[in-house]
Structure formats: C-alpha cells, structure tokens
Design a protein around this ligand. Structure first.
Ligand code: 15L
Length: 268
C-alpha cells in the first residue's frame, strides 16, 4: 500500500501495535499521531497532536487516504473526560476527514458498545447497541457517527467491536472475547483495502469456540482468523473468573457492574 495512512493513538497499546504491524505488512506511507510521544522509533513518522483541536486535526489529515482511529481513552473514565477525548475527538476526526476528502476510516469500537447484552445471546452485526459505560457510549456514538459520514459524505468506515486484544487470553471471559494482535491487524488491513465496504460493523475476535459473536460479516469481507483462545490452557483460564456475579451475566463484564444503580432483572 503506497497511499498515506494515518494511525491515531500511535503511542498507545493497540494503536502502537498497529503502527508497527501495518508497516511490517508493507504499508509504505504510514504516519502515527498521539497526544504524547511514547515508544516511537526514530524511523517512524510521527505527529504530536490533540484530536480535541480541530485545526491540528485538519492539518494532519491533509493528503491522507485512510485513517486507523485508535486514539481515545481505552477504559471507563469520567463523563467530561470521555466527552472531550472520545466523543469530540472522534467527531473532529471525521469532520477533518470530510474536509480533506479522506476515503476511509477504521474505527476502533469496542465490545463495551454492546456490553449490556447478556452472555447467553449470540450477537451479530445487526444487534442493538447496548453501552455499559460512558466509554462504551462513546464507542456507540462513534459507530453512529461513522454511519452518518458514510451515508452522507461517502467516507467508508469499518467499525471493529474489539473484544480483548492481548498477547494471550488471561481469564475465562477472554475464552470468548480474545483477539490476537495478528488477527486484529488482518481486520484493519481488510478495512483499508476491501473495495465493497460502505459502512460495516464487525467483531474484533479470533476464531474462539466460546465466542458470543457471530462474525460472519467479517468472514464475508475476507477475514480468516489464524488464532483461537482454545489453544491455550482452558482449565487454567476458566479458574480465573470474576468474583463479581453481575459481571458474569453480561458481555461487558466488570464495566457493567461499576457504579451500577439499576436493576439486573430489568436488563433483558
Ligand atoms: C476494551 O474496550 C478495553 O479497551 C480493554 O482495556 C478491555 O477492557 C477490553 O475492552 C475488554 O473488554 O476485555
């Protein structure tokens, strides 16, 4: 790929991983950006900028073909922090993309956009959003924002509802939600290159037997996950389970029970 690709959140865990792994896949013109410069090597092109600043965001998206948008607070935080960093930041990015005629955006959504679905239900790309936190709400907003920019302005987007992207699964929940770094890289690569994409919701999950998500749409788009959580020590992982009963009921785990003032029975 010889076109310019911008990775937001390039100093973070997954943005940083993708900044390196896409370059290894042969992306020649890849630029990283973040609020802070961390773990960036000399040979990597990097722009220090804040997505909360629309002018800076417009400047850094000039001449860009695709954006891999991972620049956000990655866990629950206060409502104002999530509003400014995740919601306004993502809004600014799409607006800058519209102004600069960026063709496509890969949006790092999260399982926390659907976290209040019970674990007993298998979801797909049409399942309702059910955010479990301010963080999850910002991801649900990003999914809708990207749908609007696709329909209205023809900016193609793939939203990846990422499960748990780690080197290895670490607990029982991860037997359902885990995705390897390689499989996430593959999904992002599809999002950048697949020509039939208009607006897509896919699940960021490896080929786990216990997955709660029917990811057939991702498979139709060409996803062939190479990893699965089942090849790790299932007995050992199964023992590592939340003590929190509520977290065991819902897909979002402990994000659902934090500051919970509702009624579990009412959340069908
Ligand atoms: C996420 O969206 C978070 O960024 C990550 O830290 C994990 O909590 C993950 O979801 C998960 O649900 O395991």
């Amino acid at each position: 790929m010889n076109k310019k690709v911008l990775v937001t959140g390039a100093s973070g865990h997954l943005g940083g991983m993708l900044f390196r792994s896409l370059a290894n896949l042969g992306y020649k013109k890849i630029i990283g950006t973040d609020l802070k410069k961390k773990n960036i090597q000399k040979k990597q092109k990097f722009i220090l900028a804040d997505l909360k600043n629309i002018k800076a965001t417009i400047k850094m998206t000039k001449g860009v073909y695709a954006i891999v948008h991972f620049g956000a607070i990655p866990i629950e935080d206060t409502q104002p922090n999530i509003l400014h960093n995740n919601i306004i930041g993502t809004y600014n990015l799409y607006e800058a993309a519209r102004i600069n005629k960026v063709k496509r955006i890969i949006f790092a959504s999260s399982n926390h956009a659907i976290g209040f679905h019970r674990r007993k239900y298998k979801l797909n790309q049409f399942s309702n959003q059910r955010p479990d936190s301010h963080y999850g709400l910002s991801k649900a907003f990003g999914e809708q924002l990207s749908r609007f920019y696709a329909d209205k302005f023809n900016i193609k987007s793939m939203c990846i509802r990422i499960g748990s992207c780690l080197k290895k699964p670490e607990d029982r929940r991860h037997l359902s939600t885990w995705i390897s770094y390689g499989d996430l890289t593959q999904l992002v690569d599809i999002g950048i290159k697949n020509k039939i994409i208009h607006h897509e919701i896919v699940y960021g999950v490896s080929r786990n037997k216990r997955s709660w998500w029917n990811n057939s749409r991702a498979y139709q788009l060409g996803y062939k996950p190479k990893d699965n959580a089942d090849k790790f020590d299932i007995r050992l992982l199964s023992k590592n389970e939340y003590k929190d009963k509520m977290a065991l009921i819902f897909q979002g785990g402990v994000f659902t029970s934090a500051n919970f003032k509702g009624k579990i029975k009412s959340i069908k």
